[in-house]
Unconditional design. Structure first.
Length: 113
């Protein structure tokens, strides 16, 4: 794992909201902190309403975390494109975020309860 990335269980309960709906709630979130960036909360898929998330053709590659696959949020009001991402096969040391989902704060509200 890159020496500037830390993972830890995110304390307390977390909720994700978008398009007027609650997409998930968890007490099993993982917080990823990367030097110079705000912490990111990753949600287990089992705690999300995955029916509202649709795989996107978009991908990106981080030299420290690996390939990120993107997801769009489907709402009654339309699609919020590339609102979330997930690492199906993160690089060594980051296995704790494998398959978990993180959301862009500008596209979905991530809140600690």
């Amino acid at each position: 794992m890159a020496d500037h990335i830390t993972l830890r269980p995110a304390p307390g309960a977390w909720v994700i909201r978008a398009g007027g709906a609650v997409l998930g709630e968890t007490t099993r979130a993982i917080e990823l902190s990367e030097a110079g960036l705000p912490p990111v909360i990753y949600f287990p898929r089992e705690d999300l309403a995955m029916a509202f998330l649709e795989p996107s053709p978009s991908v990106s590659r981080c030299p420290y975390k690996g390939q990120a696959d993107y997801l769009s949020i489907i709402t009654e009001g339309g699609t919020i494109t590339d609102a979330a991402w997930s690492y199906a096969d993160p690089l060594p040391g980051l296995e704790a975020i494998r398959g978990l989902v993180a959301f862009y704060p500008a596209k979905a509200a991530v809140e600690q309860l």
